[in-house]
Design a protein around this ligand. Structure first.
Ligand code: PLP
Length: 417
């Protein structure tokens, strides 16, 4: 790269396109940090310890003693990393995890691949074929990228307004015959809110379309409802489809284990015939290096922990999230979160203060992720708090005190009318 002139040509155009982010990147300690050490949900960046509210390890299994204790046994048995692509050969751990997931989800079957990014790039083109993809405007970037691969393979792509079944219906009515795939997030990664799944399931059924849902942030956190649930997240953490009382008829659910289960793995639900096809047609199954053994082990043990005490972890997660949301209400701040799921985006009254706000939070010992333009609309520029079961109540207390102080200097955007 040293020989490329940044002032000329394509590199300069790319840098100009990312100018807002480049500015934050250069000046803000919350971006691209080197984390030197961790101690529970405290992290050290250079010589400063800060509380981590940017982790997606929702159940805290990355720090769970039972999970950590069991990984070395698997490493001794299997070595650190399988040297085969999955098509060449898969350690039996895959079959065990897939069987466990299939039962937990109540799905017809599941297929494990490395990440959701791999799944979207390889499964969406198979499902869309030469038909039409209807893409939720606020779907995750990795879904967009999967749709681009599908477009290169002959599909056409149309966008509908975020979580707007009426807009989707308008497009479905106009669309030509042929395969139809509707792609969207489950629990949205920025707002923390679930989609109106019942309406989309109904529409997909009426228009002979297949629904494809990415529940990276719901799986492990929310699940089926029942009278014995310990909190409104429901039971078992089996994801948005079960939480909202839907089924896998005409619906493909994808989710990663790299968030709630702290393991580099992801799955796609599929009827057995589709599973067979994906094994033959999805390049990450055929050709890519597989997940490391430590991730297979942490997924397997994590699923056992989920069975034994997942609902208690979720109840603690809900209680901590509720404390933050109630406090934001008292402050008159309008989070985008209407679900009480543990992703809390807090927009600023003045988006131009984002850099200073990030610095303020860091200087006061709070680590968050920044929501910057154009990643989010300008009226949503702010910061995102993620809560995990491993955050302590003391850490929540400290966060709330810092939010009080922050709001006196940097006004938070009030709720939308
Ligand atoms: C909604 C959503 N989908 C996909 C991904 C990418 O997941 P993976 O790391 O498994 O590729 C993310 C990561 O943040 C996400 O939030």
């Amino acid at each position: 790269m040293a020989s490329i002139q940044p002032s000329r040509g394509w590199l300069a155009r790319w840098l100009a396109a990312c100018a807002d982010l480049a500015d934050l990147h250069d000046h803000n300690p919350l971006l691209d940090a080197v984390i030197q050490e961790i101690d529970g949900r405290l992290i050290r960046v250079d010589d400063r310890w800060v509380i981590d509210f940017a982790s997606c390890n929702y159940l805290g299994l990355d720090l769970d003693e039972q999970v950590i204790a069991q990984i070395p046994g698997y490493l001794r048995q299997w070595g650190t990393h399988p040297g085969w692509s999955r098509m060449l050969g898969s350690p039996i751990l895959y079959r065990e995890i897939e069987a466990h997931l299939t039962e937990l989800l109540g799905a017809p079957d599941t297929l494990l691949l490395q990440t959701l990014t791999h799944i979207h790039a390889s499964v969406i083109p198979v499902l869309a074929n030469d038909g039409t993809i209807f893409l939720d405007a606020r779907a995750h970037k990795t879904i967009y990228d999967g749709c681009e691969v599908a477009r290169a393979h002959g599909a056409s792509v149309q966008r509908f307004a975020h979580n707007d079944p009426d807009d989707l219906e308008r497009l479905l009515r106009q669309s030509p015959a042929g395969p139809r795939l509707v792609c969207m997030d489950g629990v949205n990664s920025m707002t923390g809110n679930p989609p109106d799944l019942a309406a989309f399931v109904r529409l997909a059924g009426d228009h002979d379309a297949l629904l494809y849902v990415d529940d990276a942030h719901g799986f492990g956190v929310i699940g089926e409802r029942g009278p014995d649930e310990l909190c409104p997240y429901g039971r078992r953490g089996n994801g948005v489809v079960r939480h909202l009382g839907e089924t896998y008829d005409n619906l493909i659910l994808t989710a990663g284990l790299s968030k709630a289960y702290s393991s580099l793995l992801a799955f796609v639900t599929c009827p057995p015939s589709l599973k067979r096809l994906l094994k033959l047609a999805a390049p990450p199954y055929l050709y890519s290096g597989p997940s490391p053994v430590a991730s297979l082990a942490s997924a397997l043990v994590g699923l056992q922990v989920n069975q034994a005490r997942g609902d208690q972890l979720r109840a603690s997660l809900y209680r901590k999230t509720r404390r933050i949301l109630d406090h934001l209400d008292q402050l008159g701040a309008g989070s985008l979160n209407g679900s009480a799921f543990p992703i809390i985006e807090v927009p600023l009254a003045n988006p131009d203060q984002l850099n200073q706000v990030g610095q303020f939070l860091f200087d006061h010992g709070i680590y968050v992720s920044l929501a910057f333009y154009p990643g989010v609309p300008r009226e949503e520029v702010g910061f995102r708090l993620q809560v995990t079961a491993a955050n302590t109540d003391d850490q929540i207390d400290q966060l709330l005190a810092v939010l009080d102080e922050l709001a006196t200097t940097f006004p938070l955007r009030p709720p939308r009318p």
